[in-house]
Ligand binder design. Structure first.
Ligand SMILES: Nc1ncnc2c1ncn2[C@@H]1O[C@H](COP(=O)(O)OP(=O)(O)OP(=O)(O)O)[C@@H](O)[C@H]1O
Ligand SMILES: [Mg+2]
Length: 253
C-alpha cells in the first residue's frame, strides 16, 4: 500500500543573519494510510518545522518528502492542518470559520453551509453556528478548528499540539472525540504533542524525536485496543518506556 507520508533523510537548516541553525537532520520515517501517528520531542526540536515541511509550506534543505506518493503541494492535495496557535478568524462566526476552507475550494454557498453544519455537529457544536470566537471556550475553539480542518475532506490531518492549552478534563474529552472522528472517517492523522500520555492514548505508533537537530530516536508501536484505559498496566508501561526515551532528550541547562 502506498504510504501516506514518506520522509527520507530529511534535513532542514535555517540561515538567520550570518549564522545557520540545523533544525532537522537525517530524519526518516513513514506513515501508513489511515494510520494515527504521534510525534513527541522536546520543545524547539523542530516538530512544527517538520509539519510545515510535510504540508508543503516549506521545502526541506535536503532529503525526500512524499505525501501519497507526490511531493507535498497544498494547492493540489488537501491537508487539514490544525496549528499550534489559535487560528480562528475573529471576525467570522463559528459557521463562517468552518466555511472558510470550503470557500477556497470554490464550493457553492448552499453546499458550503450544509457541509460546515455537518462537521460542527460532528464535533458537538450544533447551536453555536452564529457565535464569534470570543464568545466560546478554548475547547470549543479547538473543536471549530477541527471541524474546519475536516470539512475540506482532507487526505491527511496534521495536528500541532492542538490540545496543549486545554484543561485536563476538556483535553481528555477532546482526545476521545478525535478518536471517534478518526475511526468514523478513516483518515490518516499525524499528531504532534509534548504529552506522552496523550501519545499513548491516541496513537498506533509513537515517533520519539531527539533534541535539535532532530532525527528519529525511537518508534514505538502501541499495541493496545481502543478505547485505552490510562491506568492499565500495559498503558503505564508504554508510557514509562516513551517517557524514558523522551527524558533522555531533554536538555538540562
Ligand atoms: N522561519 C524560521 N527561521 C529561522 N529559524 C526558525 C524558523 N522556524 C523555526 N526556526 C527555529 O527552528 C527551531 C525549531 O522550531 P520549531 O517551531 O519547529 O520547534 P518545535 O519542536 O515545534 O517546538 P515547540 O515544541 O516549542 O513547539 C527553533 O530553534 C526555531 O527558532
Ligand atoms: Mg511547535
Amino acid at each position: 500500500m502506498e504510504k501516506a507520508i514518506l520522509l527520507e533523510s530529511v534535513s532542514k537548516k535555517y540561515d538567520v543573519g550570518s549564522s545557520s541553525l540545523e533544525v532537522i537532520k537525517d530524519l526518516t520515517f513513514d506513515v501508513n494510510e489511515n494510520e494515527f501517528v504521534c510525534i513527541v520531542g522536546p520543545s524547539g526540536c523542530g516538530k512544527t518545522t517538520l509539519l510545515r515541511i510535510i504540508s508543503g509550506l516549506e521545502p526541506p534543505s535536503s532529503g525526500r518528502v512524499l505525501v501519497f506518493g507526490r511531493p507535498p503541494d497544498p494547492k493540489r492535495q488537501r491537508f487539514g492542518v490544525i496549528f499550534q496557535e489559535d487560528s480562528l478568524l475573529p471576525w467570522r462566526t463559528v459557521l463562517g470559520n468552518v466555511e472558510f476552507g470550503l470557500e477556497i475550494q470554490d464550493q457553492k454557498e448552499a453546499e458550503r453551509e450544509k457541509i460546515a453544519k455537518t462537521f460542527l455537529e460532528l464535533v458537538g457544536l450544533q447551536g453555536f453556528e452564529n457565535y464569534y470566537p470570543h464568545q466560546i471556550s478554548g475547547g470549543m475553539k479547538k473543536r471549530v478548528a477541527i471541524a474546519r480542518a475536516l470539512a475540506i475532506d482532507p487526505d491527511l490531518i496534521l495536528m500541532d499540539e492542538p490540545f496543549a492549552d486545554l484543561d485536563a478534563q476538556t483535553r481528555s474529552f477532546m482526545q476521545r472525540e478525535l478518536l471517534n472522528i478518526w475511526s468514523k472517517l478513516n483518515k490518516t492523522v499525524l499528531f504532534i504533542t509534548h504529552n506522552v500520555e496523550e501519545a499513548v492514548f491516541l496513537a498506533q505508533r509513537v515517533v520519539v524525536l531527539t533534541k535539535r537537530p532532530s532525527k528519529v530516536k525511537q518508534i514505538i508501536n502501541i499495541d493496545l485496543p481502543y478505547p485505552r484505559a490510562r491506568l492499565s498496566p500495559p498503558f503505564i508501561s508504554y508510557r514509562e518506556r516513551i517517557l524514558t526515551a523522551f527524558h533522555e532528550e531533554l536538555e538540562v541547562t
